[in-house]
Design a binder for this molecule. Structure first.
Ligand SMILES: Nc1nc2c(c(=O)[nH]1)N[C@H]1C(S)=C(S)[C@@H](COP(=O)(O)OP(=O)(O)OC[C@H]3O[C@@H](n4cnc5c(N)ncnc54)[C@H](O)[C@@H]3O)O[C@H]1N2
Ligand code: MOO
Length: 432
């Protein structure tokens, strides 16, 4: 790791990410039902034990024929007539072979009978129960889906480390895998610190503020595929902090928020050290989210995130989420990235990488992005409005409208849904 920058004393995010990822070791495996696999990471290679489709089958409703029987010079005026010898619906095997001058009526998905090498679409024919007239000759092999065109027996179809989506779930069913091995979901214990905090629904006096970080972080944990365990609020004493932390050490990751900066009541660092953690305390070269503690306590990853609500969310995104994904066995640890055209003026000092909360949309075939407005680290509405984080590198001092920027897409498809109404007005649709 590079030492913190000599003039600023700040540690590059990239170095912190490398240390965190090096410390994160994938969890064990468990066997689960196919119905529970959505979003889980596969812990085994899925090898096909049979072909899909299992046999050559028809891609159309029509007639299975021999190509050589339907080649004709004047199909409209002198169509060939074939004798229909059998009906094969999907789910039945043919019992007869197609001989010269013969056809078998066949439905989409049904196995191709022996002797046939081509399927005619029903709408290109005239037919009775016993005969079919062919008005449009098809080349040999038309409308036949060959055995194994999708999956070949013995091939690795879904590799270990794949996150299961609907396509993979369907494929598991095709391959008759009703139970599969997946990585365990990371359990993340969440603790908020601070005497100023009151918990949601608690009766509290006017000097208190509601603990929102625990709930934002819990949702972020779930979105990353983990299981949140809420430890509540620790008061600002080392003893209270230690006691609460001890409850969280059954989890795989411990995430604290608050108490990591320079205040008289900021004990996170000291308590982490007392608990035997080999501690990294960083002043990260990012904004928001400068002060941050990270280490291992009794083998568990422990993060002390900054208390400001946006800072805790942004540092979760950049450090905790990647660690969770590595624990969960995933192959990639980052969000999807896009290049977009910045729509505003922005300037900053060249000491920190900034993560601006942004609104991304597509207009005239181009991705465009603007900020959500004020970017203070206590302005949580900036996260509510955002569908992306705009990543402004450390060394960049100024961005002008029309400049290209990199954005990290936040969860789901919100950026697509929001695009249209937000573009024209620049605001969220108002509440009713
Ligand atoms: N002298 C310095 N002061 C501060 C520095 C610094 O470098 N030198 N850094 C500032 C930055 S940047 C940040 S970020 C904060 C981080 O402070 P802490 O992690 O110690 O957090 P707190 O002081 O406990 O709280 C900060 C702020 O966030 C609110 N908060 C805390 N926990 C929650 C919660 N669970 N839910 C909602 N809001 C929470 C808290 O009330 C404060 O307003 O330090 C700066 N100071
Ligand atoms: O890092 Mo603090 O998060 O800038 O407010």
């Amino acid at each position: 790791m590079k030492a913190p920058d000599a003039t600023t004393g700040l540690t590059p995010l990239h170095d912190a990410q490398r240390i965190v990822l090096d410390a994160a070791i994938p969890l064990g495996l468990e066997k689960i039902s196919i119905l529970d696999t959505l979003g889980r990471v596969l812990g085994e290679d899925i090898i096909a034990e049979r072909h899909n489709p299992p046999w050559d089958n028809s891609a159309m409703d029509g007639f299975a024929v021999r190509a050589e029987d339907i080649q004709q010079e004047h199909p409209i005026s002198k169509p060939v007539t074939l004798t229909v010898i059998e009906d094969v619906p999907a789910g039945k095997m043919p019992t007869k072979s197609v001989g010269r001058g013969q056809a078998i009526r066949i439905m989409t998905g049904a196995p191709i009978p022996n002797g046939a090498d081509t399927v005619l679409k029903v709408e290109d024919t005239e037919h009775t129960p016993d005969s079919v007239r062919v008005f449009k000759p098809e080349p040999r092999g038309s409308n036949i889906r060959p055995q194994g065109e999708d999956v070949k027996k013995g091939d690795c179809i879904i590799p270990k480390g794949t996150t299961i989506r609907s396509g993979e779930a369907g494929m598991l069913a095709i391959l008759a895998k009703s139970f599969v091995l997946v990585y365990q979901r990371p359990r993340v214990a969440i603790l908020s610190t601070g005497d100023e905090l009151a918990d949601l629904d608690e009766r509290f006096s006017e000097e208190k503020i509601i603990n929102s970080n625990s709930y934002g972080i819990a949702a972020a944990v779930q979105e990353a595929g983990g299981v949140p365990i809420l430890l509540g609020i620790a008061r600002d004493t080392p003893a209270a902090l230690k006691e609460k932390i001890s409850h969280g050490l059954n989890a795989d990751i411990l995430v604290l928020s608050g108490g990591v900066s320079m205040g008289d009541y900021d004990f996170t660092k000291a308590v982490f050290r007392d608990l035997g953690a080999e501690m990294n305390f960083w002043k990260l070269a990012i904004r928001p989210g400068q002060p941050l503690a990270f280490g291992k306590i009794q083998g568990k990853l422990a993060f002390g995130l900054p208390g400001n609500p946006v800072s805790s969310m942004v540092t979760f995104e950049q450090l905790v989420r990647p660690a969770m994904l590595k624990l969960a066995g995933a192959r990639g640890y980052g969000r999807p990235l896009l290049e977009a055209v910045f729509q505003e003026k922005f300037s900053k000092r060249t000491d920190r990488r900034h993560f601006l909360r942004g609104v991304l949309w597509r207009e005239d075939g181009v991705f465009k992005v603007r900020t959500t407005g004020d970017q203070g680290s206590g302005i949580l509405t900036s996260m509510v409005k955002a569908n992306c984080l705009i990543d402004i590198p450390v060394e960049v001092e100024r961005i002008n409208p029309g400049d290209s920027v990199t954005v990290q897409l936040l969860s789901g498809s919100a950026w697509l849904e929001q695009a249209a109404p937000m573009v024209s007005t620049g605001h969220r649709p108002s509440c009713c």
